[in-house]
Design a protein around this ligand. Structure first.
Ligand SMILES: [Mg+2]
Length: 216
């Protein structure tokens, strides 16, 4: 079974919508309010978490385990998505026509992913959402996240798994696990089997490779 593992933010909608800067502002505000920091201290703690742990959540988990990940996500994602995203019929047509199974594989939480997918109008094209809670709070690019994601998807053969992601650092663990990789956007990665400027080019990879053994 061909299985697509599609990242959400910056992959199913472009990074330039302005949504991420607003979420980032709310993450910093969360640190400020919950930890009693000044705006400047909250910003540098955020930068430190990302540098040291890869994600803010992982930083919080390691250094402030009393903070609930659910509270963190609810606060960070309390954003009016319609201000930044709109229905994307072209994306819907594309995703729904991809052969095999399509999963969203995100370091975010499923409630937020559900909201993004419904605003884009593509929810029904996806078999399910593999979020940060589904991987036991282990984020990409930790190799364990990919192993758990494949398991959640019914353990398809690694050779039939395709990671589609906009962050170059998320590709190597997939590649090392025997998956195929698609990098979306302007970045470069030596671990990318395919590089496409945006998600709308995803059908290219179906033309370039027949995926015969995976389509049964
Ligand atoms: Mg992304």
């Amino acid at each position: 079974m061909l299985s697509f593992f599609l990242d959400l933010d910056g992959t199913l909608y472009p990074a330039e919508t302005g949504l991420w800067p607003e979420i980032k502002r709310r993450i910093t505000l969360f640190l400020q309010l919950r930890l009693g920091l000044s705006p400047r201290e909250a910003e540098s703690l955020h930068a430190y978490f990302v540098r040291r742990y890869g994600t803010t959540l992982r930083g919080l988990q390691s250094e402030y385990p009393q903070i609930s990940p659910h509270d963190y996500f609810a606060f960070a994602h309390n954003v009016n998505l319609e201000r930044y995203l709109k229905p994307d019929p072209h994306l819907r047509e594309l995703l729904c026509s991809l052969p095999g199974q399509r999963w969203v594989f995100t370091n975010s939480d499923a409630a937020y992913a559900e909201r993004v997918l419904s605003v884009l109008g593509v929810r029904e094209c996806l078999h399910g959402i593999i979020d940060i809670f589904a991987t036991g709070l282990t984020p990409k690019p930790h190799p364990r996240a990919y192993a758990l994601a494949r398991e959640k998807a019914g353990s398809p053969s690694p050779n039939c798994c395709i990671l589609v992601d906009d962050l170059p650092q998320n590709l190597p663990p997939a590649k090392k696990a025997g998956w195929h990789t698609v990098l979306v956007g302007k970045a470069h990665s030596d671990f990318a089997d395919f590089s496409i400027p945006n998600i709308y080019q995803i059908s290219q990879i179906l033309e370039e490779r027949p995926w015969n053994g995976c389509l049964s």
